[in-house]
Design a protein around this ligand. Structure first.
Ligand code: MG
Length: 298
C-alpha cells in the first residue's frame, strides 16, 4: 500500500495512492479501524503493521494527486534522519577520488558503515523547492537514496529480525553542500541545511515492496546521472539496522537513508553542481518518482 501525506483545505491528511499513482483515497474515507483515521503517518505506523488492514479503498471517493499538495510522508520526523555514507562501492571510489572526502576516506571500501544524520528541518516533500543557500555554498549536490521507515522499534535488533522492524520505504535525496562537507571535516553541516532532505513522493509498505532488489535512477534536467540496484549496497538494510540499533533504540517512524550510488555531481570532471532552476528527479521502481527543483535563492 502507498500512503501519501498531503494538505487539502489547509489541513494535514493521509491518503492511499491507488491505480497508476495519479489518484488517492483520503484515509478518512477508507479507514475501518477504531476511532478517527490517523492524519499523521507516524501515528499510523505506531498502531503496528496490521493497522493497514483497517484500510479499504474500494468504492471510496478519489482525489486526483495533482489536485492536492503532497508533503513528505513524514514531514517532520521526531528526530534526525539517520544516514549512511559511502555505501555503494563505485560511489565510495568516486568520492575518494574527488578530493572532497575530508574524513580520511582514502580506502574506497569502508570496513564499517559510516553514519551521520540530517535534522528534521531538512525534510521537504515532492515538488517543494530545494533552497540553494547561495550565501553558504557554491557546490550544491544531489544523492539519490532508498529510505527505510522503521515500524516496530527496538534495541539490539539482529540481522535476522531486522526486516520485521521495517514498516516501509520511500525515496530520499540526500542534498549536500560539498564545500561545507569538505571544509568542516564532518558531514552534518553540509548535509543538514534547511530543505536538504527531499522525501517522497509517498511511503510504500514493506509487503508491497517485497524482497527483490530495487532500481534507483536519478536525472538532472532529464540527463541521467545515477543508475544502480540496491543489490550493490555494501552494508545492506539488515546490517544497517543491526549496527544502528546495537546501542540506539530505534523508534517507530525513524527514517534511514541507505546511501547513494555513483554518479553524484562531484563524480564528474569537472563536477556538475546543481544550479537554481535545476530539476532533480529520482525514480525507484515500486515506489515512484521524487521530483524537486532548486529554487532561485535569495
Ligand atoms: Mg548520502
Amino acid at each position: 500500500m502507498k500512503l501519501a501525506a498531503y494538505r487539502s483545505d489547509g489541513r494535514k491528511q493521509l491518503g492511499v495512492v491507488v491505480g497508476d499513482g495519479s489518484e488517492l483515497v483520503p484515509l478518512a474515507a477508507a479507514w475501518k479501524g477504531e476511532g478517527a483515521a490517523p492524519t499523521d503517518l507516524t501515528d499510523l505506523i505506531e498502531r503496528g503493521r496490521d493497522a493497514v488492514r483497517s484500510i479499504a479503498t474500494e468504492g471510496a471517493r478519489r482525489l486526483r494527486v495533482a489536485d492536492v499538495t503532497l508533503t513528505a510522508p513524514i514531514p517532520r520526523p521526531r528526530r534526525n534522519v539517520f544516514c549512511i555514507g559511502r555505501n555503494y562501492a563505485e560511489h565510495a571510489a568516486e568520492f575518494a577520488k574527488s578530493g572532497y572526502d575530508a574524513t580520511g576516506g582514502a580506502s574506497a571500501h569502508p570496513d564499517a558503515a559510516v553514519f551521520f544524520t540530517k535534522p528534521p528541518s531538512t525534510v521537504i516533500g515532492h515538488g517543494e523547492l530545494i533552497e540553494p543557500h547561495l550565501k553558504v555554498t557554491s557546490e550544491l549536490d544531489y544523492e539519490a537514496e532508498l529510505g527505510v521507515i522503521i515500524g516496530r522499534g527496538g534495541r539490539g535488533i539482529t540481522r535476522g529480525e531486522a526486516l520485521s522492524h521495517v514498516w516501509g520505504y520511500t525515496i530520499i535525496n540526500d542534498v549536500t553542500a560539498r564545500d561545507l562537507q569538505k571544509r568542516h571535516k564532518q558531514w552534518f553541516l553540509g548535509k543538514g541545511l534547511d530543505t536538504f532532505c527531499p522525501m517522497g513522493p509517498w511511503a510504500v509498505t514493506a509487503d508491497e515492496i517485497g524482497d527483490a532488489p530495487l532500481d534507483l535512477r536519478c536525472t538532472v534536467n532529464g540527463e541521467e546521472r545515477q543508475s544502480a540496484s540496491t543489490s550493490d549496497l555494501i552494508f545492506d538494510i539488515p546490517a544497517i539496522i543491526e549496527t544502528l540499533s546495537a546501542g540506539i533504540t530505534l523508534e517507530p517512524g525513524d527514517v534511514i537513508a541507505t546511501g547513494t550510488p555513483k554518479g553524484v555531481g562531484i563524480g564528474f570532471e569537472p563536477p556538475k553542481f546543481l544550479r537554481p532552476g535545476d530539476v532533480v528527479e529520482i525514480t525507484i521502481n515500486k515506489i515512484g518518482v521524487l521530483r524537486n527543483q532548486v529554487g532561485a535563492g535569495k
